[in-house]
Design a protein around this ligand. Structure first.
Ligand SMILES: *Cc1c(COP(=O)(O)O)cnc(C)c1O
Length: 394
C-alpha cells in the first residue's frame, strides 16, 4: 500500500505555500507537478552556487566515500583546510565550525563574555542594534532587535542593549563598565537590506578600539561574496575582532563558522563544542564553495550581475513609481509604495507557465537573494516577470 506524502505530520511553524519542491538546478526549482520556478530566494541566501551545483555534488560524493564524521574530539583534513583558507581570506586567526548561523553567533557571544571575564573585569554586555537579526536560539533572539522579540519566550537572556544602526552616538551612549563588545550585521538582512554606512563602520571600529571593546560582525547573510566582497565588512576597510558566517558558507549544507583574532581566543577545554562541529562532510563542501567564490573572476561576476540587478530594479522604480532600490552586491531590496510585498510574492509564485520565488521581509519590501552565479539572462527574466507583476498590482 502506498501512503500519500502529506505535510500533516510536520510541526506547524509557518504558513507555507501548497507547493512541494522535488528538484533544483542552478537558479531553477521544479515542484512535484513539474512546474518550474526561477529562484531569487535560494534558501534565504544560502545556495550561493545555486541548487545542486556540480562542485557540491562532487565534494559530497568524494567525501562521503572517505569519511563522514569523527567527532570534534579528533582532527580531520577538510576542517583544517577550510579553517586555514578562511583565516587567510579574512585576516582573522582562528576558526570554530558550527552547523548554523545562530550557533556561530552563540559562540561569538560566549567568546566575548569569556574575554570580558578575563580582561574587562567581568564586563558582559554586548551592544546590538534595533531591527537586527542574529538567530533563533534564546541568546541570539535576545541579541536581535526584531520588534516583539523582547517579550516572546520571556524572560530574555540579559545583556544586549540596543543602539540604532548608522548612529554612532547611540552606541557611545550605551557604553558602560559592563560593556564588552558591539555586534552588528554589516548589512542588516531581515530588517530589509539596510547597509551600515562606510562612515559608521569606520567610526564604530575607532570607538571600539579606543574604548577597549570587541567588534563582532555577523556576516551570516552578508558574507561569502553575497555583497560583492568576500566579506561585507571589507567594503568599509575595517577589520573586526570576531566574525560569524553561515548560510552561503555551506552553499546549502548546514555549516557555520566563528572566526576571531588570536588575542581574543580564550576558550578553555570544555567551554565550547558540539557533536557536528567541523564535520568533514560539511567542511568538504565549504571548501568547494569557498574555492569557487574566492576566485577574482567569480567576485567580478557577482559585481557585474549586481550592477545589472540594481540598474534593472531602478528602472522598475521609475516605471512604476516605487520608492527606491538598495543593497550591496546580490543582496538587494525594492521598496514599494504600499504594503503589497506579500501579495507580489504569492502572485510571483503563481505566474505561469513558470513561477518566480521572491521574499518580502517587510510588508512594503521585496528582497532579492539570487544564486551568486545567476546568469545575465536569468536576471533579465526575473526583471521582466517582476515588471509584469508590478503592472498588475499597481
Ligand atoms: C540567517 C541569519 C542568522 C541565523 O542563521 P541560522 O543558520 O538560521 O541559525 C544569523 N544572523 C543573520 C544575519 C542571518 O541572516
Amino acid at each position: 500500500m502506498t501512503v500519500a506524502i502529506t505535510p500533516d505530520s510536520l510541526m506547524w511553524i509557518a504558513h507555507r505555500p501548497d507547493i512541494v519542491f522535488t528538484e533544483g538546478e542552478g537558479s531553477w526549482l521544479r515542484d512535484r507537478d513539474g512546474k518550474r520556478y526561477l529562484d531569487f530566494v535560494q534558501g534565504w541566501a544560502v545556495n550561493s552556487l545555486g541548487h545542486c551545483p556540480p562542485q557540491m555534488r562532487d565534494a559530497l560524493a568524494a567525501q562521503a566515500a572517505k569519511l563522514v564524521s569523527v567527532s570534534p574530539a579528533f582532527y580531520n583534513e577538510p576542517a583544517m583546510q577550510l579553517a586555514q583558507l578562511l583565516a587567510q581570506h579574512s585576516g582573522l586567526d582562528k576558526v570554530f565550525f558550527t552547523s548554523t548561523g545562530a550557533e556561530a553567533n552563540e559562540g561569538a557571544i560566549k567568546l566575548a563574555r569569556k574575554w570580558g571575564r578575563m580582561h574587562r573585569g567581568g564586563a558582559f554586555e554586548i551592544i546590538t542594534f534595533d531591527n537586527s537579526f542574529h538567530g533563533r536560539t534564546l541568546a541570539t533572539m535576545s541579541a536581535s532587535g526584531k520588534p516583539g522579540w523582547d517579550s516572546l519566550f520571556a524572560p530574555q537572556v540579559p545583556g544586549f542593549p540596543k543602539a540604532q544602526l548608522n548612529d554612532i552616538n547611540s552606541v557611545e551612549a550605551l557604553i558602560t563598565d559592563n560593556t564588552v563588545a558591539v555586534m552588528l550585521e554589516p548589512v542588516q538582512g531581515e530588517a530589509g537590506v539596510i547597509p551600515a554606512t562606510y562612515e559608521f563602520m569606520q567610526a564604530l571600529r575607532e570607538l571600539t578600539t579606543v574604548r577597549g571593546l570587541l567588534l563582532v560582525v555577523d556576516e551570516v547573510q552578508s558574507g561569502m561574496g553575497r555583497c560583492s566582497a568576500l566579506f561585507a565588512h571589507q567594503l568599509s576597510g575595517i577589520r573586526p575582532d570576531i566574525m560569524t558566517l553561515g548560510k552561503g558558507l555551506g552553499g546549502g549544507v548546514p555549516l557555520g563558522a566563528l572566526l576571531a583574532r588570536e588575542e581574543v581566543c580564550c576558550f578553555e577545554a570544555g567551554d565550547q563544542g558540539g557533536t557536528y562541529n567541523g564535520n568533514p562532510l560539511m567542511t568538504a563542501v565549504g571548501l568547494a564553495v569557498l574555492d569557487t567564490i574566492a576566485e577574482p573572476a567569480f567576485l567580478a561576476h557577482i559585481d557585474a550581475r549586481a550592477a545589472q540587478l540594481a540598474a534593472g530594479l531602478q528602472r522598475l522604480v521609475e516605471r512604476h513609481g516605487l520608492i527606491g532600490e538598495r543593497g550591496e552586491g546580490l543582496l538587494r531590496a525594492l521598496v514599494l509604495p504600499g504594503d503589497v510585498g506579500a501579495d507580489i510574492v504569492s502572485r510571483a509564485r503563481e505566474l505561469a507557465p513558470e513561477g518566480l520565488l521572491l521574499n518580502a521581509p517587510r510588508p512594503n519590501l521585496l528582497r532579492f537573494m539570487p544564486a551568486l552565479n545567476v546568469s545575465e539572462t536569468e536576471v533579465e527574466q526575473m526583471l521582466e516577470m517582476l515588471d509584469e507583476l508590478l503592472a498588475r498590482v499597481g
